[in-house]
Design a protein around this ligand. Structure first.
Ligand SMILES: NC(=O)c1ccc[n+]([C@@H]2O[C@H](COP(=O)([O-])OP(=O)(O)OC[C@H]3O[C@@H](n4cnc5c(N)ncnc54)[C@H](O)[C@@H]3O)[C@@H](O)[C@H]2O)c1
Length: 256
């Protein structure tokens, strides 16, 4: 408890799912947490519920839109005077097809824009605010699909999440001197909500599901808590000597 005391954390894509879980764990550790999501009404409602127990707030906006990102960061600095932790969690395959022939240009753009360009825009704004103020922590969400060829993701998602990893390593080199750590979490398959439940159980054959299970040495799917615990660690001083690293939280399904 108290590992993130006095820290201000922005978690993108946090109206529900892994983002909300990460925000809740960070709040429990003493951080002031700011939830972002493009779904304004849902994130407002989620933040209201979190506020009953923890100091928290929300900034609605699209992470792939520079205007929105600038506005979000200005709001945070106005309200809290600083920002210490950024979790680039917004993303996913965003209801786009997996099969190459079915991927339209707009699908490709959407997946790359939210997962990769969004990570760039928010990181740029974060570095601007923290490089003269003692640094901070950037935690970027990749995926097992960005580490290796995964059966459950398509090429756009694989390219975006692979991109997030190299983006993070390159950025880690550039901003280390300012006390900014940049690390990555690459989760395996996590049933983070109804959407993932549907994706895993309805859109995959029994055979594919069994194959995935058989590939996991620890023999179960991960939980939202597994990912949130990794995020708290990367946000805390316990990871102070780590940067440019990828934490594979996948039960051993892929070992980097
Ligand atoms: N659940 C998994 O199995 C899994 C595995 C590997 C990686 N991940 C990654 O973890 C992250 C969270 O996954 P999840 O399962 O909780 O997904 P989710 O769909 O439940 O949550 C993603 C959130 O991002 C928000 N969002 C989408 N576009 C946005 C935008 N332009 N700006 C701001 N917010 C936006 C959505 O509204 C949603 O609330 C994603 O980056 C995903 O790719 C998830």
């Amino acid at each position: 408890m108290g590992r993130l005391k006095d820290k201000v954390a922005l978690i993108t894509g946090a109206a529900e799912g892994l983002g909300l879980e990460i925000a809740t764990h960070m709040a429990r550790e003493g951080a002031v947490v700011i939830l972002n999501d493009v779904r304004e009404e849902l994130v407002r409602q989620t933040a209201k519920e979190l506020q009953m127990e923890y100091e928290s707030d929300y900034v609605a906006g699209d992470v792939s839109n520079k205007h929105d990102v600038t506005k979000m960061f200005n709001q945070i600095i106005e309200r809290f005077g600083k920002i210490n932790i950024l979790v680039n969690n917004a993303g996913g395959s965003l209801h786009t097809p997996r099969v190459l022939e079915e991927i339209e240009e707009e699908h490709w753009d959407k997946v790359l824009n939210v997962n990769l360009k969004g990570t760039f825009l928010t990181s740029q704004a974060f570095v601007k605010h923290t490089k003269e103020n003692g640094g901070g922590k950037i935690i970027n969400m990749s995926s097992i699909g960005g580490r290796t060829a995964s059966l459950v993701t398509g090429v756009a998602y694989a390219a975006a999440k692979g991109g997030v990893i190299n983006f993070s390593r390159r950025l880690a080199k550039e901003v280390g001197e300012f006390g900014i750590n940049v690390n990555v979490i690459a989760p395996g398959l996590i049933i983070s909500g109804e959407r993932m439940r549907h994706l895993f159980y309805e859109e995959n054959s029994e055979e594919t599901r069994m194959q995935i299970f058989s590939e996991i040495p620890l023999q179960s799917l991960g939980t939202k808590e597994d990912i949130a615990n990794a995020a708290v660690f990367l946000a805390s001083d316990e990871s102070r000597y780590m940067t440019g690293a990828v934490l594979d939280v996948n039960g051993g399904r892929f070992m980097g």
